[in-house]
Ligand binder design. Structure first.
Ligand SMILES: *[C@@H]1O[C@H](CO)[C@@H](O)[C@H](O)[C@H]1NC(C)=O
Ligand SMILES: *[C@@H]1O[C@H](CO)[C@@H](O)[C@H](O)[C@H]1NC(C)=O
Ligand SMILES: *[C@@H]1O[C@H](CO)[C@@H](O)[C@H](O)[C@H]1NC(C)=O
Ligand SMILES: *[C@@H]1O[C@H](CO)[C@@H](O)[C@H](O)[C@H]1NC(C)=O
Ligand SMILES: *[C@@H]1O[C@H](CO)[C@@H](O)[C@H](O)[C@H]1NC(C)=O
Ligand SMILES: *[C@@H]1O[C@H](CO)[C@@H](O)[C@H](O)[C@H]1NC(C)=O
Length: 604
């Protein structure tokens, strides 16, 4: 569905300041995109300028998610507005990912920078773009869509003190001995100056590597040899001036931090408890992340000061986010990402700008798939039919005016997916865990808050985050007792069921709930466009089911529990090999009727 340009104009102007209308200039956007920054280990609290200029002056989206917790796939998702299963860029290196895969999938001709330019914007980018974007392939082809670009290149991207930058169509330049984020800051300010001087509105991306670990690659890594011998990760490196900070900071000791009992499934469930030496080393790793983020925090201040000097601060959106989250010690894991726990997928998103409420926290469920539609809407560009997300309602329009409801569909789900490895980046137990392939989903309604996943190993996870925010009690495998507790606590969801079935506890309630979650995941794991934003419609085309609540009606028991195929894999793969991924589409309730399927009502 293409939204008419007039509607876009109307939508965007609601949020525009008088200044912006006066200058007849559309709003600018500065997007600061960090790398591996967590929301759940308090990193934002250690960034005073972020608090002052962004959180206090804007809205924090507390339920913002990445859909795949790995740099390159997540960035391609973000810049194309498509789910990873629709980009098929699922790894950091070829054949399944990296810059060459981005190019071969045709996205260098179909991604946000180009659409922004078509909408009349000047676009600038500095910092890390994708993985496997290297000093050898940077010009074959050059990334399209930028008026000015200055990229960090592999194999030096994650070397805090030996970065290689590559500007516009020039050859790469080594910055050996200089601090990567400070070099980046100079480049960002230069582009900001160019952008302010030019006629058209601008979109500037600043993508530092902090707080990613420092990484040295061997050449074999880029020859599709993802082995621990070819990658050396060490703690992030702070700027000299920040080395001494936060000497007492330690990873928050939440209940899921290095727990006494193992948790999770697959490789996570077999991890040993970390000893004190290991915990101390990881706390140091944590402190260096906070220290490395200080130079990023200074960029926030530098950008705001320059926008303010140019008198365009009030006409400029500033977005702050990360490609994915991070864990250190939770569930006994060594430093890393790639998992479906909240630490890895629930990430920072803060927005300030014209018409955005100040000092607010939004609980709207949003994801990186929504960012390209959001940016394009703010630029008054038309939405694309192949977007798998929808614009984020940063102005809160849909709250007040129902005419915006279809433009900003109220979502309760996030589609999460992953293929291939997980990597331990700390000093201890540095290795690859393969078969880290799963389909997952977050579902957050007014009275439910769950995470559900199906792994290529056949294992499942079901967490009730209302009662178990640290995801320690996997209800899928739980004893009847704790599952009973869950279903008693969410009994109001099951009000329509008969007393007798309620008393049978886990068996009935569990299968009722699980069958709905599984069917929704079945839709999401291969959704496209509208089926990604309105997945219940695929199951119930008549529109009478809009959320989990509606779907739990016992009337649909037969449809969900018996007729619907269950999500499963036939094999663990390192990439998106569709033949190994079981059923690809869900049947709809309408089809079951047409095929003469048995309706629940026929049994009673
Ligand atoms: C930026 O690039 C676009 C697309 O090539 C072009 O139309 C526009 O004039 C450029 N802006 C500047 C300032 O050169
Ligand atoms: C820094 O990077 C350059 C290439 O840009 C390389 O030649 C040099 O060996 C590197 N220095 C160190 C200390 O790794
Ligand atoms: C992968 O790299 C390791 C270490 O450099 C090397 O020993 C191994 O032979 C390589 N494997 C392949 C398939 O190239
Ligand atoms: C602590 O654990 C690490 C990682 O398993 C191990 O290498 C180290 O020897 C252990 N140290 C002590 C003091 O047990
Ligand atoms: C991954 O799963 C496959 C089965 O799909 C199995 O053959 C293989 O051994 C597993 N690999 C690891 C490293 O566990
Ligand atoms: C994704 O890419 C891989 C590697 O090129 C390919 O083998 C696979 O078939 C692709 N998957 C889909 C669904 O196109």
């Amino acid at each position: 569905m293409l939204i008419p340009a007039t509607a876009i104009l109307l939508l965007s102007q609601v949020g525009m300041s008088n200044g912006a209308r006066l200058h007849q200039r559309r709003p600018n956007t500065v997007f600061i995109l960090t790398d591996d920054q967590d929301l759940h280990m308090d990193s934002l609290a250690y960034m005073p300028y972020l608090q002052k200029h962004l959180a206090d002056q804007g809205t924090t989206f507390a339920r913002h998610y990445c859909t795949i917790a790995l740099c390159c796939p997540s960035r391609v998702n973000l810049w194309t507005g498509r789910a990873a299963h629709n980009t098929n860029v699922t790894d950091v290196n070829p054949p399944y990912g990296g810059y060459p895969k981005f190019v071969s999938q045709g996205f260098n001709e179909a991604w946000l920078p180009l659409w922004l330019q078509e909408a009349g914007y000047n676009t600038y980018y500095t910092g890390k773009l994708f993985n496997a974007h290297t000093v050898s392939n940077y010009d074959s082809p050059f990334p399209s869509g930028f008026n000015g670009s200055d990229f960090l290149l592999d194999p030096f991207t994650y070397e805090y003190l030996n970065a290689s930058f590559q500007r516009n169509q020039d050859a790469p330049v080594s910055h050996e001995g200089e601090y990567s984020t400070d070099v980046l800051a100079r480049k960002a300010y230069g582009f900001l100056e160019d952008a302010i001087a030019a006629e058209r509105p601008f979109f500037l991306t600043i993508a530092p590597i902090a707080p990613h670990s420092n990484v040295v690659f061997s050449e074999d890594w880029f020859g599709n040899n993802e082995s621990v011998h070819n990658i050396k990760t060490t703690p992030p490196v702070p700027a000299k001036r920040h080395e001494h900070l936060f000497s007492d900071a330690v990873v928050p000791r939440t209940p899921n931090f290095n727990p006494d009992e193992p948790s999770g499934v697959s490789w996570i469930s077999t991890l040993p408890k970390q000893n004190q030496t290991n915990v101390d080393v990881n706390d140091h790793f944590y402190r260096n992340r906070l220290r490395a983020l200080q130079a990023v925090d200074e960029i926030i201040d530098g950008v705001v000061a320059r926008l303010s000097d140019a008198q365009i601060l009030e006409d400029t959106y500033i977005f702050y986010s990360s490609d994915n989250g991070y864990h250190i010690g939770q569930h006994r894991m060594q430093p890393g990402k790639e998992c479906g726990f909240e630490t890895d997928i629930n990430i920072p998103l803060i927005v300030r700008g014209p018409g955005v409420a100040k000092g607010q926290v939004s609980h709207a469920v949003t994801s990186h798939t929504d960012l390209a539609p959001t940016f394009l809407t703010l630029a008054h560009g038309g939405l694309r039919e192949d977007f798998d997300g929808s614009p984020i309602d940063i102005h809160g329009h849909s709250k007040d005016e129902t005419r915006f409801a279809d433009f900003y569909p109220r979502k309760e789900h996030v589609n999460v997916e992953y293929w291939g490895f997980a990597l331990s980046e700390g000093e201890y137990d540095q290795r690859f865990f393969w078969n880290n392939t799963y389909k997952a989903m977050r579902l957050i309604g007014e009275d439910y808050n769950v995470y559900y996943s199906v792994w290529c190993s056949g294992e499942h996870q079901l967490y009730d985050l209302n009662t178990d925010p640290y995801e320690l009690n996997n209800l899928y495998d739980a004893t009847d007792h704790s599952a009973q507790f869950f279903f008693t606590n969410t009994a109001h969801l099951l009000t329509k069921q008969t007393t007798s079935s309620h008393q049978t506890g886990k068996s009935t309630s569990f299968h009722r709930l699980l069958s709905r979650l599984d069917a929704l995941l079945l839709v999401l794991k291969s959704c496209q466009a509208r089926s990604c934003t309105h997945p219940w419609e695929t199951l119930h085309p008549s529109g009478d089911v809009q959320n989990l609540h509606d779907a739990l009606d016992p009337y649909f028991d037969n449809f969900y529990e018996i007729e619907q195929e269950k999500v499963h894999f036939t094999k663990c793969e390192k990439g998106y090999i569709v033949e190994s991924e079981g059923p690809q589409s869900a049947i709809s309730f309408a089809d079951v009727g047409a095929r003469g399927g048995r309706l629940w009502s026929e049994f009673v």
